[in-house]
Design a protein around this ligand. Structure first.
Ligand SMILES: [Cu+2]
Length: 471
């Protein structure tokens, strides 16, 4: 069985051969299904500024119209329960094509894709030096000054950060989800029920954090699904996401969907030699099905126990919402929620609701986010009672606007209504309640970019709302 290793445990030439293979695949024509360019376009492609400057570097650019409309390009599944299986298939064929190129370059026969375990930055079982190392992009990928001379193929211009923000690598909100999917308004691990979804709005927790946020933290090509897979680090990032799925599945009480709508769904790719292939989701339900595994299990061992019952059992009600920012500048908007009077909350939902304990699940929804450009991850804060935005800010989580431009204009796949996020705020709200600082008539939610917005980037939030189990 093939073992995908952590990039920080490699003691061999894996990255050197990866670099060789990238250069080998870059020399192939963009219309060749095994070229670096074509492989990246399977994820996304967009022939307009600013993405186009990355594509213009492609061998054989521009691609033929028949290649673009072949049905193999722009296939990545986001905001859907197909996010994890589609990307697992995508990595699988990518790894085979790279391994073949490594062989052709005279390298070893057993090349395996490494993963970047940035989650180690919050691993309590390792020392602080190893923790901070985990946040740093491996040196083989170069740095702000340019490529690493021993693996120049692994660098790409435009990355904003080579060291991640520790807030962005936290896997626990995702790993603590008990459900892979659900069809209600709650949160889940793997995404909500959809059909084929190039860009949907049923984003699972692992897709949201760490996946999306890391894309936007690195920035540059990685910040946009239409260029992301051109960055060689993309594949190590996704190997880590794929590993989190494997670990999640091994935790008690977790299971993949059983619905044939999920298991029998088919996607198409190309294998080594540009051979067209199809694969069903049920063929990738475990990594063993594809004869590979990951060298490290963390996080799994020290996982905090889930604190809330599965959400789908309970009805959620809108407690308050705001369509308009009330304070803060354009880039750090603050929303004071207009509360829905208790008497007007959805009575039909109340019947179904029976929380077994005092603790109430509380979600923040940030909806219809539109905009463009390389927007850094946004920190989400909630304040209530006498804890004003000027005083203590209570950090809830962060969101990454991955696919922002795509979601902001209408296409065949979506209506242009923007990105939406569901954030579990239960722990923070419970803390505020315990401090006697939870006042439902006085709640504000703030979004703050982790870095200042680069030239040409902007975003607008359509709606912020708070949802809670009914009492
Ligand atoms: Cu991704």
């Amino acid at each position: 069985m093939k073992v995908r290793k952590s990039v920080y445990e490699l003691d061999d030439d894996t990255l050197y051969w990866y670099s060789k293979a990238v250069e080998h695949l870059k020399a192939r024509d963009i219309n060749d299904p095994t070229s670096w360019w074509y492989l990246a376009a399977v994820h996304g492609y967009y022939n307009l500024p600013p993405s186009v400057t990355y594509w213009q570097e492609a061998t054989g650019y521009p691609p033929s119209q028949s290649t673009i409309s072949s049905g193999y390009w722009m296939r990545c599944q986001h905001g859907t329960w197909y996010f994890l299986p589609w990307h697992r298939m995508y990595l699988y064929y990518f790894e085979r094509i790279v391994a073949d190129a490594v062989l052709q370059e005279g390298g070893p026969a057993d090349w395996a894709l490494p993963y970047w375990n940035y989650c180690d930055a919050v691993n309590p079982d390792i020392d602080t030096q190893a923790q901070s190392k985990a946040l740093t992009m491996p040196s083989g990928f170069g740095d702000a000054n340019g490529p690493n001379s021993s693996s120049p193929g692994l660098w790409i211009r435009g990355r904003r950060n080579y060291v991640l923000n520790k807030l962005n690598v936290n896997p626990w909100p995702a790993m603590n989800e008990l459900l892979f999917t659900n069809d209600s308004s709650g949160t889940n691990f793997g995404g909500g029920v959809t059909g084929f979804s190039h860009f949907g709005n049923e984003t699972g927790q692992v897709e949201s954090l760490p996946h999306n946020v890391i894309h936007n933290n690195i920035g540059g090509a990685m910040a946009d699904p239409n260029t992301a897979a051109l960055d060689p680090i993309f594949w190590l990032h996704h190997a880590n996401i794929d590993r989190l799925w494997q670990i999640w599945q091994l935790q008690t009480g977790r299971a993949n969907p059983m619905a044939s709508q999920w298991r029998d769904f088919t996607f198409k790719f190309h294998d080594v030699g540009a051979v067209p292939v199809t694969m069903k989701v049920k063929e990738v339900e475990t990594t063993q099905h594809l004869n590979y595994t990951y060298s490290q299990g963390y996080p799994a061992i020290s996982a905090p126990q889930p604190t809330s019952p599965p959400l789908s059992h309970f009805a959620l009600d809108v407690v308050g919402a705001s369509l308009q920012q009330s304070a803060g500048d354009k880039n750090s908007p603050s929303f004071n929620l207009d509360m829905v009077p208790k008497s007007e909350r959805n009575a039909s939902l109340a019947k179904k609701s029976a929380p077994s304990e005092a603790r109430k699940k509380t979600l923040i929804k940030v909806s219809n986010v539109t905009g463009k450009g390389d927007v850094p991850p946004l920190n989400v804060y909630i304040n209530s009672g006498n804890e004003t935005p000027e005083g203590t800010r209570n950090f809830v989580s962060c969101i990454g606007l991955f696919g922002l431009a795509d979601a902001s204009y209408p296409t065949l796949d979506h209506d242009g209504s923007g990105l939406s996020f569901v954030i579990d705020a239960t722990d923070v709200v419970e803390t505020l309640r315990r401090r006697d600082n939870w006042d439902e008539e006085n709640i504000s939610i703030q979004l703050v970019p982790q870095e200042s917005l680069p030239e040409g980037a902007d975003y607008h939030v359509g709606r912020v709302s708070l949802h809670s189990e009914i009492d």
